[in-house]
Design a protein around this ligand. Sequence first.
Ligand code: NAD
Length: 259
Amino acid sequence: MLKGRAAVITGSTSGIGLGIAQALARQGVSVMLNGFTDEETVQALKRELGALGVQVEYHPCDVTRPEQVDAMVEAAVSAFGSLDILVNNAGIQHVAPVEQFPLEKWDAVIATNMSSAFYGMRRAVPLMRRRGWGRIINTASVHGLVASAQKIAYVAAKHGVIGMTKVVALETAGSGVTCNSICPGWVLTPLVQKQIDQLAAKKGLNNAQASEDLLAEKQPSRQFVTPEQIGALAVFLCSDAAAQITGASYTLDGGWTAQ
Ligand code: NAD
């Protein structure tokens, strides 16, 4: 169904973005990977995904830099001939109370998690509109819907992503282009491992105990969401069955936001 389509997935050298890239590649989608990593990892990922029979490219763009995002979109069009799917997924976290939140961390979290999606969408929308088909998926978070203490920049950025998703959905409605947000709860990725490490150090726990504590506080299922599950949702949102789903926010959170 998606065979021959082309996708750019930001922040896809690890975690959720990689899960989405793998799921799309399995459906025959050519993928442009992006993220901060070393050459060895890039080559290994290219081999792994290329073995699925799709074209795999990598662009080292820093998504906080609009001119670099432009260059990545141009590189995708020149490599694949089109850009059909854009997944704005790159993200970072910083945890601190409001009065101690460093200004440079605020700027970095807002730029990486929110402004980057605007930079990508403003370039992708005209390309998709011209072809009468497109799928934009923004990795928001449960923190786009509810808050947690000590995450002021992340919560602001993710609420912003959900707002931008609705705007782009309205502006593209009826054009064959859809724009939706995915809102995961806890997913065990490097971004969350850092928070588990901090909790373990603070409470004197081992890794397993700290993971259990982290889940127990917010996620009623007490199980991590997996990048594979998020990849499967992304594939569904790219399918024809999802053609009328736009402006929506999909939670995969083990019940976090049901409370
Ligand atoms: P991760 O650390 O495994 O992946 C983040 C990716 O973003 C990496 O590839 C990294 O290199 C890339 N990246 C960071 N800054 C970048 C920049 N300036 N330019 C280009 N690439 C950059 O983390 P993850 O957990 O997979 O996070 C992916 C997304 O999912 C983020 O937007 C995050 O907020 C969101 N999210 C994560 C969770 C979770 O529990 N892990 C839950 C909800 C939402």
